[in-house]
Ligand binder design. Structure first.
Ligand SMILES: [Zn+2]
Length: 483
């Protein structure tokens, strides 16, 4: 007889009325080592036996779309670690953290890993994902490394980690995710959303030119999305919250290293939830589509950043108050890589004229090559999405997507709850809208300046927006249908 059937048989036969537990406890006190081993086998067998047989097979399949397994089948673990030693400046105003949440559904595991860092390059993200995969065995397409884009840490404005820091951080992130994956326990997931706005649209059109200044009319994503995992006793394992705003409130006012508003939000969340006894567990921030949104006030200093963190923390607690449980279902992923057109380079003649005056102009050297090739320039644009059951989806981009893309994904997503995260597994260029690209060299920093001052040296073509929209619809549709 298999062990679990044997255990089921025993537990059915010896299930005791409540009053008899006292006698059992008395006899346990007289147990020797053999008794303890036998008891452990019995208890393990009982829990194994309590998993319904039908669910075992759907868990093994992993991809069974539409299955509604019971909540206990999903497991979750979370962990955090201080990573301040990667700093590139001597002073620190608050510690930098890396945090991980691991979800396990049948044979499949996924990891959301956040870090108070500026950005991770494509190449370094590969190093991180590789290290995490090697340490945990989690498939690479289920590992999301998410930089917060704090502007007071390496990865922005040319600030770099040392080679030693890079090696150390990869090892530390791998150990962190391993710790979270070793701590998984049966869990339920809950999602929610609440109004939130700690930033503003930063693209103001004045006299036909876009300037970086608050634009009260411009698009924002006025909410915070929250995903929480709780164990069987209702204790929080982890809460991931996502909001769209550049962490640039401390930036420029204080040079020291720190996490900007995401760090303050987490600090306040713990304080706000402590009186209710709900502050345990790991809180982690993921960046949403903040390409054209700055935290407010830009360069406002530490006190202003603390206030913005408090405002966001309040929104998260509001969301936590109304969160509802989701059916875990299968965890699955889909990717899609678009080849997006860039705007046409200047004419051959113009490139040659500029290079005759400035032979060392790297941008024009590249534009000349583009013009000579006769082929319209393109740039690969990867998109990725992970579904957790039928209702929740995490759509991720590497690029700095404008808020409008999150609003679009929200509108067309076939999932009830769609998180849209950027800076995931690498940093790509800004991705603006058709309207912004139509302004050409008057399109401001994101739609012109950034893209033309470094490779690929030309911004995306205005047709890109439509192509990305179509891509989002296709990707999320296929993921939802389980294709
Ligand atoms: Zn940015």
């Amino acid at each position: 007889m298999p062990l679990h059937r044997f255990a089921r048989h025993l537990t059915a036969r010896y299930r005791l009325p409540a009053g008899e537990w006292k006698d059992v406890m008395k006899s346990i006190r007289s147990f020797n080592a053999c008794h303890y081993i036998a008891a452990a086998v019995l208890v393990a067998g009982y829990f194994w036996a309590s998993v319904p047989v039908g669910l075992e097979s759907s868990a093994a399949g992993g991809e069974a779309a539409g299955s509604k397994p019971r909540a206990g089948q999903l497991k979750c673990g979370a962990a955090e670690t201080v990573i301040t030693r990667v700093k590139d400046r001597p002073e620190v105003y608050a510690d930098l953290y890396a945090r991980a949440m691991v979800l396990e559904q049948g044979p499949r595991r996924m990891a959301i890993v956040t870090a108070d860092m500026g950005t991770f390059s494509y190449a370094y993200s590969d190093v991180l994902v590789d290290a995490i995969h090697k340490a945990t065995g989690i498939e690479k397409q289920y590992i999301l490394t998410c930089a917060s884009q704090t502007h007071n840490a390496p990865g922005v404005d040319g600030r770099q980690m040392s080679a030693t820091s890079k090696t150390w951080l990869a090892g530390e992130m791998a150990r962190l995710v391993k710790r979270a994956s070793e701590n998984v326990r049966p869990a339920t997931l809950r999602v929610s959303r609440a109004p939130a706005q700690i930033g503003y649209n930063r693209r103001l059109l004045r006299n036909g030119q876009v300037h970086m200044a608050p634009n009260p009319e411009g698009a924002v994503v006025p909410w915070v999305d929250v995903l929480s995992a709780y164990d069987e006793e209702g204790k929080r394992i982890g809460t991931m919250f996502s909001h769209a705003a550049h962490p640039v409130i401390v930036h420029g006012s204080v040079d020291a290293t720190g996490p900007d508003f995401p760090g303050y939000a987490i600090e306040h969340l713990r304080k706000l939830l402590a009186p209710k006894g709900e502050a345990d567990g790991i809180f982690m921030f993921t960046q949403a589509c903040c390409g054209n949104i700055n935290g407010y006030p830009l360069r406002g200093g530490i006190a202003a950043c603390d206030a913005a963190g408090l405002s966001l923390a309040h929104s998260v607690t509001e969301a936590l108050d109304k969160e509802h449980e989701i059916s875990p279902g299968a965890v699955r992923s889909r990717s899609m890589t678009l080849s997006l057109p860039l705007q046409d380079p200047p004419s051959l003649k113009e490139c040659q004229e500029v290079l005759a005056r400035e032979p060392d102009n790297v941008r024009y050297q590249e534009l000349l090559r583009m013009a000579q090739s006769g082929k319209p320039p393109e740039l690969l644009f990867p998109m990725h999405a992970i579904a957790i059951g039928d209702d929740v989806c995490i759509l991720t981009f590497k690029g700095e997507m404008f808020a409008e893309y999150q609003l679009f994904a929200e509108k067309v997503s076939p999932f009830k709850h769609t998180f849209v995260l950027i800076h995931v597994n690498g940093i790509g260029p800004y991705v603006a809208t058709e309207k912004a690209y139509a302004l050409g060299n008057r399109g401001g920093y994101e739609a012109w300046g950034f893209m033309t001052s470094r490779p690929p040296y030309m911004p995306f073509h205005r047709d890109s927006e439509k192509m990305i929209h179509d891509g989002i619809v296709q990707l999320l549709g296929a993921l939802k249908r389980g294709e």
